[in-house]
Design a protein around this ligand. Structure first.
Ligand code: UD2
Length: 308
């Protein structure tokens, strides 16, 4: 599909995933607008060639002006941290749920929504496919699940929309400085500055780490399908896992980092985080079969890239 001349809105475009997406869509020739309140994102990450609206998706007038005349919306803005949503449920309800539902109602173009593996809660079967029960354990997962559900209940008279359920996304540009950052960016930041890392729990919990470049490819593929085929797209009203299907334990992650930097890491163990899911591993066959998408960057390639 030709992105040149397409007007695209990326909510959360100053964040880790959103800024990668903005750069890629600009490369493809799209006219990109970023809407972000920079509560977690960083205006410095917004590409110069993008239009930047600094504002919050909870504000009605801001949404109206951002949505005006766009051909597609990638809705990534959220309070993306599970513990932060637990600590601020009313705020996350406004942002992650209410504002997301408004965007679904108010947009008059295709929407790709950033859903999450958090909606599955503690898995009852592994690998998790899209038919796995939706049983989120906290506010973040509940709010993502409600929007994901709204998309799956959408009719053919509506705009086209799809939800992509991200597993543990990693790659360059993820801020390692916060306690809410992804574990890989924290571990790599510490290990490259000779500081100890802490594993919460016994390190045998698994995660399905997906590189941000593969996530961007999934977002763009879905967006293209919705733009081209509208409500006839196989993506319309559907949710898709975005993952590798290859679970790794945190103890294995440490080993991969050690192999990559050529040093032993100083590892401490602490008690498991409250609400931490023990095993997470997804099945992305639905995305692969519908769109020919496949993850390309391995964990060790992604880690080497982060270290370089
Ligand atoms: C990730 C996403 C979250 C949601 C969820 C879906 C991030 C930052 N969060 O939560 O938004 O989509 O997946 O299930 O991507 N850990 C350590 N040491 C540290 C930091 C973390 O041991 O210094 C552990 C942590 O307790 C957990 C694992 O590493 O067992 C992964 O933690 P995370 O915060 O990277 O991501 P997760 O899976 O809780």
């Amino acid at each position: 599909m030709e992105w040149a001349g397409k007007r695209v809105l990326i909510t959360g475009g100053a964040g880790f995933i959103g800024s990668h997406l903005a750069n890629r869509l600009l490369e493809l020739g799209a006219d990109v607008t970023v809407l972000d309140d920079c509560s977690a994102g960083d205006s410095a990450k917004v590409p110069e060639a993008a239009n930047f609206i600094e504002g919050c998706i909870t504000d009605s007038a801001t949404r109206t002006s951002a949505l005006d005349g766009v051909d597609a919306v990638f809705h990534l803005a959220a309070i993306a941290s599970v513990p932060l949503c637990e600590a601020n449920p009313e705020w996350s309800d406004k942002v992650n749920l209410q504002a997301s539902l408004k965007i679904l109602q108010e947009a008059s173009c295709p929407i790709v929504f950033a859903s999450s593996a958090a909606i599955y809660g503690e898995p009852v079967s592994i690998p998790i496919n899209e038919d796995h029960p939706i049983a989120p354990v906290g506010h973040y997962g509940e709010q993502k699940a409600a929007v994901d559900n709204a998309i799956r209940s959408i009719g053919v008279d509506s705009n086209s929309a799809a939800a992509l359920r991200f597993f543990n996304v990693f790659g360059k540009g993820q801020d390692p400085s916060s306690q809410y950052s992804g574990v890989l960016s924290i571990f790599i930041d510490r290990s490259t500055s000779n500081r100890p890392i802490t594993i919460f729990g016994d390190g045998e919990q698994t995660r399905d780490f997906i590189h941000v470049s593969d996530v961007i490819a999934a977002l763009i593929t879905c967006g293209e399908s919705l733009i081209e085929q509208g409500t006839s797209s196989p993506a319309h009203g559907e949710s898709f896992n975005v993952c590798t299907g290859q679970p790794v334990t945190l103890n294995q992650v440490v080993k991969v980092i050690e192999d990559s930097i050529g040093n032993k890491l100083e590892v401490g163990y602490d008690k498991a985080r409250d609400g931490d899911i023990k095993y997470s591993s997804g099945d992305s066959i639905k995305l692969q079969q519908n769109f020919g998408w496949a993850p390309k960057t391995t964990l060790s390639e992604g880690i080497s890239d982060l270290i370089s």
